[in-house]
Design a protein around this ligand. Structure first.
Ligand SMILES: [Zn+2]
Length: 263
């Protein structure tokens, strides 16, 4: 798998990465990341560090995963969701104009991923007549941002991202918007919002697609499956969790079939 952006290390852009095979152990780690992390960026870091077999040929430590740009992390989380068997699905919308409820179907494979700009991960923006380099925000920035008051967040972030000294505090809102537009132009793009027309009144609605849905699966269903297999075969928890997901599903079908014959 190739990241649309990539991790910059020692001047090399590392884009190659791969997930581990999906097992119950990994699914449990993902559920626990969603349940225990202090905020969503922290959960994404834990989840990806557990799920990635390697990142640019090296171990995917939480520190390295946290340095990935936001779009790379969104891309990986959506790919992970696909590996977990969620290739899209039905989304329910309440129309913003007439309040009618409607459903639409979406296949993640149809959503394009935009490649990074050539100067990735740096954007050169003119600030008060001077060229200033800014890097793209990453997961570590997001983790700190999550704890900051909204009023301070934008300027704090731009101070972190400026690679050359710049007086961010003196900038007006237009100048800040220009920097953000410059950063967006070099960032890879993952679609996190789509448009859907209301079948009743025709109004175009904007629908948010949470790229981090793999975090909200919880562990109830998985533990129920472990419980069923343990009850039937008397294997221990660690053995059952270590099974690849597909094989666990096959055992569950065998148990169902055996039950059907007994009834
Ligand atoms: Zn409507």
């Amino acid at each position: 798998m190739q990241l649309p952006g990539g991790l910059m290390e020692d001047g090399i852009r590392r884009r190659d990465c791969a997930f581990r095979p999906i097992s119950g152990t990994l699914e449990l780690a993902l559920a626990e990341a969603g349940e225990t992390a202090a905020n969503t960026p922290g959960a994404v870091t834990l989840a990806l560090a557990a799920a990635l077999e390697h990142l640019g040929g090296e171990p995917a430590t939480p520190q390295r995963v946290a340095r990935l740009c936001v779009a790379d992390r969104q891309f990986l989380m959506r790919e992970l969701e696909r590996c977990l068997g969620q290739t899209g699905g039905w989304f329910q919308v309440a129309c913003s104009a007439c309040a009618a409820h409607f459903d639409f179907h979406l296949d993640y494979a149809e959503l394009p991923v935009q490649e990074a700009g050539t100067s990735y991960p740096i954007a050169q923006v003119e600030v008060a007549g001077q060229a200033v380099a800014f890097r793209l925000p990453n997961g570590a920035d997001q983790e700190i941002l999550a704890a900051l008051p909204v009023t301070e967040a934008r300027r704090w972030l731009l101070r972190q991202l400026a690679q050359t000294p710049a007086t961010i505090d003196a900038l007006d809102a237009d100048a800040i918007s220009a920097i953000e537009a410059g950063l967006e132009a070099v960032s890879p793009g993952v679609i996190v919002q789509v448009r859907a027309n209301c079948p009743d009144c025709g109004t175009e609605n904007h629908v948010d697609l949470n790229p981090y849905r793999a975090l909200s699966r919880g562990s109830d269903e998985l533990l129920q499956e472990v419980h069923q297999i343990a009850g039937h075969y008397h294997w221990d928890e660690a053995e059952i969790l270590a099974l690849p997901r597909a094989r666990r599903q096959r055992y569950l079908r065998l148990i169902d079939r055996a039950r059907g014959m007994a009834d």
